[in-house]
Write a protein that binds this ligand. Structure first.
Ligand code: 3HC
Ligand code: NAI
Length: 704
């Protein structure tokens, strides 16, 4: 008998409990275990109903994604479902926490569904580039209707138990003790002589029509831009109008097709890369470290970043104290936070009570000495080395040595800052992105002195804030900005000098899948912000000319971007629409002619190729220099923080799909044409010569 499925008899009810930590994935042992206990229940005298539950925090996260790369052994989930559906006694499932993907598909094959009021149910397969492959596209339409099923599968985000009940996916919702309530539910079914109720025998209430399909695709157009899985979902749901067996066969074929797609390989790569990036391997293993408690957090500097970071902690339920030596800054910060929560209340994202409770935890002070209680202090004062050193050394003198001190610097040396303290082991960089309360990525910057305990706590911080953590060594621009500046954005500027327009560069890269092209990003963030950051970065390491000629000249001209109505583009009053501006074209032509650059027609294909290859080349340098530990970490940084299309897998994964010898050949081509900064990185030369890939490099380097 499998160790992941337990069986017990409670009167006439056979209780089956899945226990496959950490997320009760429906792995092979669970499927086998379910078959075994069902067989046992069938031969146990007196059993008149079955109740399927799970132990742990959630009912099930679905099929075991780690099994997707290999043939899945029998019994399949479909075989387990057929077995359940054909049982002569009622089978009830009790859902708590989450029922996702294959977990929900298992539940849909049960005759009755019972859920705790806090449970959520969803079909997130689309986020992995696959279609539900265990009857989800056939049973969900039979339970909630084809049109609603299409919406739920395309959306991918779980719905609440109450919503699920309203849709017809759940029969009853439990308020409190789940097991007791579910047992009472089973007893009631037996009293009422309610028999089995196989979902596969239900008739479909509606069929999809083309108008509904178009509307559903349109509703998710932004999330599904450049993707293909949705077409397979539509095809599978259309097949739900056929007899169940035929529909299931079509679903199985489409599921196989989706599983083998590049899109799915890329999305699964990012899924595991995001989980792996939050861990450290080798002698620096975070698991070995004993992290200190984390209840109270203090932020120094109540500007844009400080306020956003403070909100992130308040939202996560922590006690927060924000300090600024300028009382007006504290007032402004409180107003910003208050209006952000007011807007969330208006949009029904949170209730007024929650907003009020959060504001109570948002405390502020002008007295630095009051932060001594904090378990973690994050400084977010002006980007100035001497000022930050002063703040850190003051914090060092008032905080007990085991408390953590983090800096949110984006350009300065965290090592130099840490050496302003007596305990550099407790110092690290926590590089938040704008807006800090909502952005997904957190770069954790470690120095040679940062202790394992400090790092361990930083990972817990990321988890608490529901952010994706990636560790970077302390270096010019860390991982993300280094690649953006030396690779991607620099090449975009070079293309402008050679003849492309800002709109052409942006549109080409947006068509590749970037959320926003580089010039539009610069205008949104402010060209002056980039110029100031580069001035600071150049104090660490200089870069030869030409380097951001255009953006820096725009800053000088006061063309700061959207905030001044003019940047790489011009903007009408109150509008965010980026309009072409002849003055910018004149400026670019002048800068190009001063440097003797001949302007020409440039194809969209060349724009994309050059921007992405330069990103890959600098990414390889970041790996070679040990700034990133894994190629997959770079993919996480770019997909979660810089708008690189997730379904392409990140720049390093994309390089592997192109083949590193092809990548090298094209980089050499541009090196000959454009000179020094295109020099191929040795790591790419080596991996290409070995017929290897970044993925293999990750595997061998992390196993050492
Ligand atoms: N299969 C295998 N492993 C899984 C898994 C799954 N479905 N879901 C999560 N895990 C693993 C993670 O890799 C991680 O492993 P690690 O500790 O070794 O790194 C561990 O479980 C914990 O996961 P998280 O760190 O993500 O834990 P959280 O508590 O933050 O989140 C979760 C839990 C919300 C369940 C999140 O893990 C999640 O969203 N999982 C994926 C859900 C999903 O996409 N399900 C559909 C699967 S495809 C399917 O079912 C196909 C079907 O149609 C046939
Ligand atoms: P900001 O100018 O909006 O706010 C800085 C705040 O620090 C001001 O309110 C100021 O009064 C306060 N301050 C200055 N000296 C202080 C002191 N001695 N004690 C207490 N408070 C003091 O700056 P912003 O944009 O919030 O940036 C803060 C930090 O975050 C900088 O290091 C910056 O490089 C970094 N960062 C900024 C990003 C951005 O896009 N704005 C992104 C990521 C990091």
């Amino acid at each position: 008998m499998s160790g992941t499925v337990a069986f017990e008899q409670v009167g006439p009810i056979g209780v089956i409990c899945i226990s496959n930590p950490p997320v009760n994935a429906i792995s092979h042992s669970v499927r086998q275990g379910l078959i075994d206990v069902i067989t046992r229940a069938e031969t146990s005298p007196g059993i008149r109903a079955l109740l399927i539950m799970s132990s742990g925090e959630i009912f099930s996260a679905g099929a075991d994604i780690a099994e997707f790369d290999h043939p899945q052994g029998e019994p399949s989930l479909q075989q387990v479902q057929s077995r359940i559906e054909s049982l002569p006694i009622p089978v009830v499932v009790a859902i708590h926490g989450l029922a996702l993907g294959g977990g929900l598909e298992l539940a849909m094959a049960c005759h009755y569904r019972f859920a705790h009021k806090n449970a959520k149910l969803g079909m997130p397969e689309i986020t992995l580039g696959i279609i539900p492959g265990a009857g989800g596209t056939q049973r969900l339409p039979r339970l909630i209707g084809a049109c609603a099923a299409l919406g739920m599968i395309l959306f991918g985000t779980p719905v609440s138990a109450l919503d699920a009940k309203a849709k017809g996916l759940v029969d009853e919702v439990a308020e409190n003790d789940m097991r007791e309530a579910a047992l009472r539910f089973c007893e009631r079914l037996l009293r009422d002589q309610a028999g089995p109720r196989p979902t596969c025998n239900r008739t479909l209430a509606d069929h999809l029509n083309e108008t509904e399909i178009a509307a559903a695709l349109q509703a998710h157009a932004r999330a599904l831009k450049g993707r293909t899985t949705q077409d397979l979902v539509v095809e599978a749901i259309k097949a739900s109008k056929l007899p169940f067996g035929q529909g299931i066969a079509i679903e199985a074929a489409l599921a196989q097709k989706s599983l083998a797609s590049r899109e799915s390989l890329a999305l699964r790569h990012v899924f595991f890369a995001e989980r792996e990036s939050g861990k450290l391997s080798g002698q620096f293993s975070a698991k070995q470290a004993q992290p200190p408690a984390l209840r109270r957090v203090a932020i120094i500097g109540a500007g844009t970043m400080g306020s956003g970071i403070a909100m992130a902690f308040v939202d996560a339920g922590l006690e927060m104290l924000i300090n600024d030596n300028d009382p007006a800054a504290l007032t402004r910060s409180r107003e910003i936070v208050q209006s952000t929560y007011a807007s969330s209340v208006r949009r029904r994202r949170i209730t007024q009570d929650i907003a009020d409770e959060r504001m109570r935890r948002f405390r502020s002070t002008v007295a630095l000495a009051e932060v001594t209680d904090a378990d973690l202090v994050i400084e977010a004062v002006f980007e100035d080395m001497e000022l930050k050193k002063d703040v850190l050394s003051k914090l060092d003198s008032i905080l007990p040595p085991e408390r953590l001190i983090a800096t949110n610097t984006s350009t300065l040396s965290v090592t130099e800052l840490s050496l302003a303290t007596a305990y550099p082991g407790r110092v690290l960089g926590l590089h938040f992105f704008v807006p800090a309360q909502a952005s997904k990525l957190l770069e954790i910057v470690r120095t040679d002195h940062t202790s394992p305990e400090t790092l361990s706590t930083a990972f817990r911080v990321a988890k608490l804030l529901k952010k994706v953590a990636v560790v970077s060594r302390d270096a010019f621009g860390f991982i993300g900005n280094r690649m953006m500046l030396d690779g991607y954005f620099r090449e975009a500027e070079q293309l402008l000098l050679e003849g492309a327009t800002p709109a052409q560069v942006d549109t080409a890269l947006e068509n590749f899948g970037f959320a926003m092209g580089p010039q539009r990003v610069s205008d949104l963030g402010g060209n002056d912000v980039g110029t100031k950051a580069r001035i600071q970065l150049f104090k660490r390491e200089s870069r030869p000319d030409p380097y951001f000629l255009i953006a820096d000249r725009l800053t000088e001209m006061g063309r700061l971007g959207q905030k001044t109505g003019r940047g790489f583009y011009r903007y009408e009053d109150g509008s965010r629409e980026a309009l072409p501006d002849a003055e910018v074209v004149d400026l670019i032509e002048k800068l190009a002619s001063e440097r003797g650059i001949l302007r020409r027609e440039i194809s969209d294909q060349e724009i994309v190729e050059r921007c992405i290859l330069s990103l890959i080349n600098v990414g390889a340098m970041v790996l070679e220099e040990g700034i990133a530990a894994r190629a997959a970490d770079i993919d996480v940084v770019w997909t979660s923080g810089y708008g690189f299309p997730r379904h392409v897998g990140g720049p390093m994964f994309y390089a592997d799909t192109l083949g590193l010898s092809n990548v090298l050949q094209r980089i050499r081509h541009y090196h000959e044409k454009l000179g020094h900064y295109w020099r191929p990185v040795r790591l790419i030369e080596r991996l290409a010569a070995e017929g290897s890939s970044f993925e293999q490099w990750d595997r061998t380097s992390t196993s050492q």
